[in-house]
Design a protein around this ligand. Structure first.
Ligand code: PNS
Length: 159
């Protein structure tokens, strides 16, 4: 298909669910920017630098994926890298209302950038960074949910 896509998110931290969406986006788009943005309703556990480092580590084999961060609006970031698409993962109906709200707002801000949704693989439909942090905090097994390097980083945070 070609084109430049942005995969935005908090990625606090990146999970196998995110990685699945990034890999699938990278098969379709020529260039994918995974960008760590601020979600004003969340208080992150990892710093932006830590989140970038983890994403870089787990996407290092994907040659058309670049990792970045941005303080500001997603649409301003998209413009700065000439992106024509935004990719978001959809897990369940519960995600829909929130996604519709931000997609509509983004379209008001810039209607040249189209948002595409990729349905999460069934095996990750329950997965979120928040759930992973909750389980990691109480020493539960998260090996099926996040890459090894992320598992180690979470253990360090909670040790
Ligand atoms: O992983 P998340 O927390 O669901 O990602 C949400 C995120 C970071 C993509 C969203 O909050 C965002 O785009 N933040 C940047 C500010 C912005 O552009 N908001 C969109 C208009 S409502």
């Amino acid at each position: 298909m070609g084109g430049i896509a942005v995969c935005p998110g908090s990625f606090d931290p990146i999970t196998y669910g995110h990685l699945d969406i990034i890999k699938r986006a990278a098969k379709v788009f020529e260039q994918v920017y995974v960008v760590v943005l601020n979600n004003s309703s969340k208080k992150p556990l990892f710093t932006v630098e830590e989140r970038i480092q983890l994403i870089e580590e787990v996407t290092k084999d994907l040659k058309n994926v670049k990792v970045d961060s941005f303080q500001g609006l997603l649409m301003d970031y998209a413009k700065s890298v000439n992106a024509n698409a935004v990719i978001r993962g959809l897990r369940a109906v519960s995600d829909f209302e929130y996604e519709m709200q931000i997609t509509s707002m983004n379209r008001v801000l810039n209607d040249e950038v189209e948002t595409f949704f990729i349905m999460t693989n069934n095996q990750y439909s329950f997965l979120s960074s928040s759930i992973v942090k909750e389980v990691a905090k109480y020493n539960g097994d998260i090996s099926e949910l996040v890459p090894d390097t992320v598992e180690k980083a979470l253990k360090n945070k909670f040790s």
